[in-house]
Design a protein around this ligand. Structure first.
Ligand SMILES: [Zn+2]
Length: 422
């Protein structure tokens, strides 16, 4: 009798739990949020336009309804930062007394003026003919240091492409001076004048403090920017981004509401809608520098979950599956449920490095993207036809639930995924 009652209670509990999750995460709620974010009136949520501000206001209001706290140090949910768009006035430069032409120098700098010589203390790096150009440039960009970089003249063709780095940069980007030369010089002098346009950006961040492990963080994120107004296709010029990534943003909002209601997260949960993903993941790059990476135990980045995956309903994939054991933990937590998570099947697409999870993975955080997007055959990807009418709201609600369930043992502090090796 006791056992029977116990079973009944258990059954009732899991029934009540299912009811609870369905009340918060359901197709109607998904549709309500999507109808705002992907509407034509938000004109594709492009960075540096008033349209994305409307999306920022809406997400903030949803975070407020979920009674999230601001990130420590911020007065509200807006994490404001920005980029600099410089306009060149003049460059004068010489190496070993020989004047450089403008084709032989590229300067990435966020100040109006710059005057340096070999005595200014900038680190010097040489990229020789045998080095890998792309990898070497990436190293410079990720070093976070002010640098002078001498590149062998055999890179002349690639060198011309570097000017794209000067188009726009984060406010606090370090200075990098790239010089094309056949010999590494002993002396150099560089002076630059430019005017600056400041371009504000905003991530939306809300927090649920952890009950027993408040100094350990788990991040749930998606990006709320998209491509805006662009080249018309079949008379439609609004790139709505209903799937990319209003879908991920919708998931973040509903997961925040769900975990608030559950009221039992041991670790601190951070919900983020990133900006500027589409122009180079600048929102997550900035965000990653505001946290101490070892404190962040996991990141669930959510991208394009509005269409059925290649395996059909109730299934999704995890990018960079082998980089940590987080994917296995999620799979274990889904055992016995109707949901399945698979390793990313589109490995040649390098999806692990192509979304906001990469900014956190670079500093060691087990940070993966969960998606259902068929990257070999997603007909509306980056097109004006990425509209709300192409989404499967019911399946999307299920995928959001699967993320909630799969994250359970990480949220509760029971499991801690391995780190990404640097
Ligand atoms: Zn995206």
């Amino acid at each position: 009798m006791k056992i029977f009652l116990f079973c009944l209670a258990l059954l009732f509990c899991s029934f009540a739990k299912a009811q609870k999750i369905n009340r918060i995460i359901n197709a109607a709620e998904v549709e309500r949020i999507e109808r705002v974010l992907a509407s034509d009136s938000l004109r594709g949520r492009k960075v540096f336009t008033p349209d994305i501000e409307k999306a920022a206001d809406f997400i903030s209001a949803e975070f407020k309804k979920a009674r999230l706290k601001p990130l420590s140090g911020l007065k509200d949910y807006r994490q404001s930062f920005g980029m600099i768009r410089p306009k060149l006035i003049s460059i004068e430069a010489s190496i070993d007394g020989k004047k450089l032409t403008k084709d032989d120098i590229v300067i990435v700098c966020t100040a109006e003026g710059l005057n340096i010589t070999e005595q200014s203390g900038f680190e010097v790096k040489t990229i020789g003919a045998k080095d890998n150009f792309t990898a070497s440039i990436l190293q410079v960009r990720q070093s976070g240091k002010n640098m002078v970089v001498f590149l062998d003249t055999s890179f002349r063709k690639n060198f011309a492409r570097l000017s794209f780095l000067t188009r726009q940069m984060l406010y606090d980007a370090p200075t990098a001076i790239y010089i094309l030369t056949s010999d590494v010089p002993k002396q150099f002098s560089v002076s630059l004048k430019q005017s600056l346009e400041k371009l504000p950006l905003t991530n939306i961040v809300g927090v649920l403090p952890g009950k027993t492990k408040p100094n350990e963080y788990v991040i749930f994120s998606g990006h709320y920017d998209h491509l805006g107004i662009g080249k018309p296709v079949n008379g439609d010029s609004i790139y709505n981004g209903a799937n990319d990534d209003a879908a991920g943003t919708t998931a973040v909002i509903l997961l925040a509401k769900y975990f608030k209601k559950m009221h039992n997260n041991a670790r601190t949960l951070v919900f983020v809608a990133f900006t500027a993903e589409e122009i180079g993941e600048y929102g997550s790059q900035y965000f990653s520098k505001q946290l101490n990476p070892p404190d962040v135990k996991a990141m669930f980045n959510i991208e394009m979950i509005g269409t059925e995956s290649k395996w059909g309903k109730n299934s999704a994939y995890i990018t960079g599956f082998d980089k940590t054991d987080m994917g296995k933990i999620l799979q274990d937590n889904l055992k016995g449920s109707v949901f399945s998570f698979y390793p990313d099947p589109y490995t040649t697409e390098n999806l692990f490095l192509r979304s906001d999870n990469a900014s956190l993975a670079r500093v060691g955080v087990p940070a993966h993207t969960i998606s259902t997007s068929k990257m070999d055959n997603e007909p509306n990807y980056h097109k004006p036809s990425d509209e709300i009418s192409t989404l499967d709201m019911a399946n999307m609600a299920e995928i959001i639930k699967s993320i909630a369930i799969s994250s359970g043992s990480i949220v509760s502090g029971k499991d801690t995924p391995t780190r990404v090796q640097q």
